[in-house]
Design a protein around this ligand. Structure first.
Ligand SMILES: [Mn+2]
Length: 294
């Protein structure tokens, strides 16, 4: 049996729909707990699940939440304890990966695999909706406008050459231009098909991470996966990644000491169908960190 640190943030105030704050509760209290132990040999050691203080204004609440989240993450990374973080909406990535970057303090050494239907690279200046969960990558890359930079806080920035997006199929011109300008690798669905499929692409990206980075992390926005496999998300987009191929390809990755942690975001239990998304979360966490992968 293996034990992994679990952290969570029940925060959905940066999105356009409420419901994804139920994610951590699900992973902590549902049948997943038993299934992870029984089927995958995995126990989750839960830390306190954070919540935003919504009596203040939203941006102040998020800044404080991400600061606290970053502190939790930094402690784990410094102690070399790999973690699974359960969101919450994807804005939480600012606290999670900002925390990892603060802990390792060598920005050139962190690689990040960003699985998502969207580019999440807006700022307040370019976003039509103002939804902050569409902005975490701009902040992590050091491309924020002053309002967004204030939410991100004093964290170091991600090196764009060590970031790879996979599963992208819904974005706006300003986001695409920003990532292109920075030279970020983007595997949209067409490029994934041209390159031999998700399994081939993921293995190639993982090999590149291992050879070029001392540490790397994975963030899975569940909307990157096809809505047939993961219907329980806030912003579903058809034509996405196969949940089965994703969990099969990531199997056993948790035994790689270079993997600092895993973020799973945007799970909305209220929109799930027949527990499909819930089971996929179990499969992903179990196959990455469980001990039954040989
Ligand atoms: Mn996202």
């Amino acid at each position: 049996m293996r034990t992994i640190e679990a952290i969570g943030a029940a925060s959905c105030i940066a999105g356009n729909r409420f419901g994804c704050c139920g994610g951590p509760r699900m992973l902590r209290h549902s049948g997943i707990v038993g299934a992870l132990a029984r089927k995958h040999g995995l126990l989750l050691n839960w830390q306190q699940v954070l919540e935003p203080h919504t009596e203040t204004d939203k941006e102040t609440a998020l800044r404080a939440l991400f600061h606290n989240l970053s502190q939790q993450v930094q402690t784990l990374v410094r102690q070399q304890r790999p973690f699974v973080f359960m969101g919450g909406d994807h804005a939480c990535a600012m606290g999670v990966w900002g925390g990892v970057l603060s802990a390792i303090r060598q920005r050139q050494n962190l690689g990040l695999i960003w699985i998502d239907a969207h580019m999440d690279s807006h700022t307040f200046a370019t976003s039509g909706s103002g939804n902050i969960h569409g902005m975490p990558l701009a902040a992590l890359l050091g491309q924020a406008d002053p309002r967004l930079a204030n939410i991100y806080g004093q964290h170091p920035f991600l090196d764009p050459s060590r970031l790879v997006l996979i599963g992208v199929r819904s974005y706006e011109k300003a986001e695409q231009q920003l990532l292109k300008h920075l030279g970020v690798q983007v595997y949209d669905m067409a490029r994934i098909r041209r390159s031999g499929g998700l399994g081939v692409v993921l293995r190639r990206v993982l090999n590149s991470m291992r050879s070029r980075c001392h540490h790397y992390g994975i963030t899975i926005d569940l909307d990157g996966i096809d809505p047939r496999d993961a219907p329980g998300v806030g912003v579903p987009v058809v034509g996405g990644l196969s949940g089965a191929v994703l969990s099969r390809t990531l199997k056993g990755l948790g035994s790689d000491p270079a993997l600092v942690g895993l973020e799973i975001s945007e799970f909305n239990p209220l929109r799930d169908k027949n527990h499909r998304t819930e089971q996929l979360v179990e499969e992903l966490v179990g196959s990455i960190y469980g001990d039954r992968w040989r």
